[in-house]
Design a protein around this ligand. Sequence first.
Ligand SMILES: C[S@@+](CC[C@H](N)C(=O)[O-])C[C@H]1O[C@@H](n2cnc3c(N)ncnc32)[C@H](O)[C@@H]1O
Length: 173
Amino acid sequence: MIHHSEIIADLARVYRPKVYVELGLYTGENWYKVLPYADKSFGVDIVDRSIQGGKIYIETTDKFFQHFDQEINMAFIDADHCFESVLKDLKSVSKLLHPQGVIILHDTDPESDHLFDKGYCGDAYRIVALLQDSEEYNSITMPVAEAGLTIITKKNNTRVYHRENNESTRLAG
Ligand SMILES: C[S@@+](CC[C@H](N)C(=O)[O-])C[C@H]1O[C@@H](n2cnc3c(N)ncnc32)[C@H](O)[C@@H]1O
């Protein structure tokens, strides 16, 4: 079965983020695959497992966003899997996201009900319904591996949208 990190690393290989942020590292399986494709990588986990490379912060994601202020090109949200925490992490990343940045969520489409357990995917999947009704985000949820992935970009932030906006501003002036 394909592992979620293969998709995320492929996305990073194509996208080449200047700044990559991973919330929740565990043993670094995904982290080490993405690292070669990012200019700067920042990882966050409450447990120190001696992960190498990039810059690692051993703290909660809440604490991290109290001091981190760099623009983010790509983020993988995979720390605390309860809905409220995922939503909070999403909002924190979103505030720093580059207009054409991409956010990936894990655990959003578990393949069976036993994965709703807190120790696995929790109720992170509840974010999908919220995103579908969102005026702020585009999202696609995919049945990747056992936990599922959601890929998010901001609406009205395509490169064409920005060019057209600049063009109309110039013409109006
Ligand atoms: C599923 S693992 C991450 C797996 C990793 N992203 C990967 O794909 O290889 C979740 C990690 O999040 C960490 N974690 C849980 N709650 C957290 C929080 N509030 N802030 C930061 N890290 C947290 C746990 O210690 C655990 O290592």
